[in-house]
Design a protein around this ligand. Structure first.
Ligand SMILES: Cc1cc(C(=O)N2CCN(C)CC2)sc1-c1cc(O)c2nc[nH]c(=O)c2c1
Ligand SMILES: [Mg+2]
Length: 214
């Protein structure tokens, strides 16, 4: 049955993007997914909002839940200051294999640690495995039903500190109602909605930014 959609995306990156140039990797993926075949990257409508939040936070430690093909991994890692680290978690080994190659094509492999496995299993092991005490920034983009349990896990594992910023994709489409209800009503978070569009479409979607108050 030939190549998978992620593998076809990888080929497009290897063909059209310049090695070591993250912006060309981002542009090659956006062109492919807008004009050839749709894929669930955060994309070029929501991407600049992600960029602005990452730049504002300038995290020393960042966590991404849901790597997929590494598009948002590249968007985040290209903005990190020297010495900062991004840990990205991917459940699907086929996605992880493609993401490693796309992250390497961008030349960002030294800023990124890709961990394969389920977020629920990995989060409790992060402190001991990576010597990280807390995350300055967390991007939630894995599976809508894991957003709420995983932030509760991050809280319980002491991986959030006063001022930690959570940014969640797809809060409208596919939608994460329980997560939104929690972060918008909990006294422990200050939340803000950034309206945008589902990647490469005219459908509404948006990002929810939530600051942990401690
Ligand atoms: C798979 C999928 C299908 C969607 C949709 O409404 N579609 C109608 C319009 N056509 C064009 C595309 C398909 S939206 C979406 C999606 C989008 C993300 O950003 C995701 N991020 C993380 N994890 C996910 O499971 C995830 C799913
Ligand atoms: Mg998404």
């Amino acid at each position: 049955t030939g190549l998978s959609r992620p593998q076809r995306m990888l080929k497009a990156v290897q063909k059209n993007a310049t090695k070591g140039d993250p912006q060309s990797v981002i542009a090659a993926i956006d062109y492919y997914c807008r004009h050839k075949e749709w894929a669930m990257n955060v994309g070029d409508d929501k991407g600049p909002i992600l960029d602005s939040v990452v730049s504002e936070v300038n995290p020393s430690t960042a966590l991404e839940l849901g790597t997929y093909c590494g598009y948002s991994t590249v968007r985040i890692a290209r903005l990190l200051s020297p010495g900062s680290k991004l840990i990205t978690v991917e459940f699907n080994p086929a996605y992880a294999a493609v993401a490693r190659q796309i992250i390497a094509h961008a030349g960002l492999q030294n800023k990124v640690t890709l961990v394969e496995g389920g977020s629920g299993d990995l989060i409790p092991k992060i402190k001991e495995q990576f010597g990280i005490t807390s995350f300055d920034f967390v991007f939630l983009d894995h599976w809508k039903d894991r957003y709420l349990p995983d932030i509760k896990l991050l809280e319980d594992c002491g991986l959030l500190k006063k001022g930690s910023v959570l940014l969640a994709d797809n809060v409208i489409c596919p939608g994460t109602p329980e997560y939104l209800e929690y972060v918008r009503n909990s006294p422990r978070y200050k939340s803000q909605y950034f309206q945008s569009y589902l990647e490469y479409t005219k459908a509404e979607d948006g990002l929810e930014k939530s600051v942990f108050l401690g």
